[in-house]
Design a protein around this ligand. Structure first.
Ligand code: UDP
Ligand code: MG
Length: 310
């Protein structure tokens, strides 16, 4: 019987968890060995307590809990590592707030059986979303495509997806410290299939993604999959050339006596250059320090004895 791990990142989801648990189980297709793998991403509410209560009644409920909030990307990595630990044949990534309809699980499994290694999902339309969010989302995909030359990225795709064992293993090999999950899946390049569904509001609780957080995430995605930092010197070079052109025309007409202004503008451009260079160095530092993506505080997932395989 094939084993399917349902991986659920949770951050302050105590209000949604029981609703989620009751709902998701309704869509467990017979003939599969389903496990629920909750990743508590350092919640400050009763999330961990609720998960533990559920796991006491249901042996197929596993969890791991982080020492603090490491972010959804880290929670996805941890959940998929655990899915590998329990020898899952495939994993399904799903949010805890029921915005990802568990009703799609049977369809995902049917596509998996038909040979698709990666089944992802997206909203049928952005109807109902605020204008600004739509505008920024659309702009993001255009800019991302321009910078990364990767047009395979699934536009508007959610993290809600089915990944077979090969995709999980490939994903876990990507050791990016700052992870842009959607870009990673596009980069892996396995044969994928998209399912569409209509927007569903949150079952309970509040979103954890502020505009600022989303914006930073978008920049991260572009940075991780392009030579973004080359753009900055290029822009600065163009600005310098324009400045000198302007100075020369101005100087021919009125005499060359704008030294102070010119020095100030040059200093400004150099400082902008240095700032981006420092950012780049910090990004490299973050990657090379080799800090773990997350720290586990407690778990009931049994880690296999790796010594046996040495
Ligand atoms: N989440 C997480 N860590 C975080 C933020 C969110 O594990 O730091 C989880 C959250 O509990 C939920 C999923 O990621 O299960 C999606 O978050 P949310 O619903 O807030 O995002 P939205 O649907 O509004 O994009
Ligand atoms: Mg949500």
């Amino acid at each position: 019987m094939k084993r399917i791990a349902i991986v659920v990142p949770c951050y302050n989801e105590e209000d949604a968890l029981r609703l989620f648990y009751d709902e998701v189980r309704k869509h467990f297709v017979p003939g599969y060995d389903f496990y629920l793998l909750f990743v508590d991403d350092g919640s400050k509410d009763g999330t961990l307590q609720t998960i533990k209560e559920i796991s006491l009644q249901d042996q197929k409920v596993l969890y791991l809990s982080f020492s603090r909030n490491f972010g959804k990307e880290a929670a996805i990595y941890a959940g998929l590592s655990a899915a590998k630990e329990i020898d899952a044949d495939a994993a399904i990534l799903i949010d805890a707030d029921l915005q990802d309809p568990p009703g799609l699980i049977p369809e995902m499994l049917a596509l998996y059986e038909a040979g698709y290694k990666h089944v992802y999902t997206k909203h049928r339309s952005r109807k109902g979303e605020p204008f600004l969010k739509k505008f920024f989302a659309r702009s993001f995909y255009i800019i991302y495509g321009l910078f990364t030359k990767n047009r395979n990225i699934a536009r508007g795709a959610r993290d809600f997806s089915l990944l077979d064992r090969d995709v999980i293993e490939a994903f876990l090999k990507i050791k990016d410290y700052r992870r842009f999950t959607k870009g990673i899946f596009a980069w892996l390049g396995f044969q994928s299939k998209c399912l569409e569904f209509d927007y569903v509001p949150r079952a309970a609780g509040k979103t954890k993604w502020s505009f600022k957080k989303l914006f930073r995430y978008a920049i991260l995605g572009i940075k991780q999959f392009s030579h973004f930092y080359l753009l900055i010197p290029n822009i600065l070079i163009i600005l310098c050339l324009l400045l000198f052109g302007f100075e020369i025309i101005h100087g021919i007409r009125e005499g060359f006596n704008h030294l102070a202004l010119r020095m100030e503008i040059l200093a400004l451009l150099i400082l902008i250059g240095i700032k981006y260079l420092m950012r780049l160095l910090y990004d490299i530092r973050d990657q090379t320090l080799g800090r773990p993506l997350y720290l586990t505080k407690e778990t009931n997932v049994e880690v296999r004895n790796h010594e046996e395989t040495l």
